[in-house]
Write a new protein. Structure first.
Length: 345
């Protein structure tokens, strides 16, 4: 058991953020009880990387972090461990040292043997995707699914405006969408849960426009989004929605880095959460209450799933820290809870 405070030799680091790296090492050893040898090699490599990409003041920019991770063909276990160390460093800079311009890398996503970082679309990119969905012109007329193109603008508006999972949107039945009351009943959610989400004004307009265009084209009268095909009662599959997502990304000029690397269709849900948290952080009242409301709205199993979105953007996190001083303790609790996730095990 350690009886003396650990002191890290600051001279072993040389970059613009050397002092912060050294204090981070000391913090993790003295406060969290971590073994320095379990993460100093990673921080030493990160320090050398920062020397190649200098900044005028201590910060942690997204492009610097992602260049360092450069996941590529790295083994998933290795990529996740390195990312978790850099993630914890970012949380330390933001929550403890209160630095601005800090990017905290989110949990890496493992998909089909590949590991990558969730993608958060900015508002201009969302606008471009929705515009692409509205303006999309196929090379030939859709005769088998004549209503498919009418569905897409409303589907993508709903994905962004509600944060619903794509499977939840695909499974919506006509009776589940109550435009007059401004609510959507989700009866086929993950983990067999049910919940209600509100319809915003922009989504209400999109739904009304969709229904006006498709009144005579709906085939089965079962699903809210009906392709007009007799196959599967006209249900628009998640696979078809993803196909159009890729087309809209291209039309919007947003690079897709390949299957397994994203952006993913699910990142529209991630983006909804991040944008919503940014708005909620500006409202009066206890941020914990706002987080709980969003957690229920999104159908998360617990508030901890929603808390993870806090670390997706430095802009969001710093905004919360600056404008809600009482929230600092809550953020520190998250940091401490996550602190041991990469200790030597």
């Amino acid at each position: 058991m350690r009886t003396e405070l650990y002191s890290c030799d600051h001279r072993r680091f040389q970059s613009y953020i050397a002092a912060q790296i050294a204090s981070f090492v000391e913090y993790k050893v003295n406060v969290s009880g971590c073994v320095p040898e379990s993460f100093i090699p990673v921080m030493t490599r990160f320090d050398a990387h920062c020397c190649l990409h200098p900044e005028s003041e201590p910060c942690l920019k997204q492009e610097t972090v992602l260049r360092f991770l450069d996941i590529g063909e790295t083994r998933n276990s290795t990529a996740k461990r390195v990312a978790s160390i850099v993630r914890s460093f970012g949380k330390y800079l933001a929550a403890v040292l209160r630095l601005t311009d800090v990017y905290v890398v989110p949990d890496l996503i493992k998909n089909k043997g590949k590991t990558f970082v969730p993608y958060v679309f900015d508002h201009s990119e969302i606008a471009a995707i929705l515009r692409a969905a509205t303006d999309y012109k196929p090379k030939q007329e859709y005769t088998v699914t004549p209503n498919m193109l009418n569905c897409m603008p409303c589907i993508f508006t709903m994905l962004y405006c509600t944060g619903m999972r794509v499977s939840e949107v695909s499974n919506l039945r006509i009776c589940d969408v109550d435009i007059d009351q401004g609510i959507i009943h989700i009866n086929h959610a993950k983990y067999d849960n049910r919940r209600i989400v509100a319809i915003s004004h922009s989504l209400e307009n999109a739904c009304k426009e969709y229904l006006e265009k498709t009144y005579s084209a709906i085939n089965s009268g079962i699903y809210f989004f009906d392709s007009g095909s007799p196959h599967n009662d006209g249900k628009v599959s998640t696979k078809r929605i993803y196909t159009f997502f890729r087309r809209f990304l291209e039309a919007a000029g947003i690079e897709h880095k390949g299957l397994g690397y994203g952006p993913r269709l699910h990142d529209l849900r991630v983006t909804f959460a991040v944008h919503s948290l940014l708005k909620l952080s500006r409202l009066p009242g206890d941020i914990n209450t706002h987080l709980m409301t969003l957690s229920v709205f999104m159908g998360h199993q617990s508030i901890y799933c929603t808390q993870d979105y806090l670390w997706l953007t430095g802009e969001l996190f710093q905004d919360i820290l600056d404008k809600m001083e009482d929230y600092a303790a809550f953020v520190s609790n998250i940091f401490e809870e996550k602190a041991g996730e990469w200790s030597d095990d």
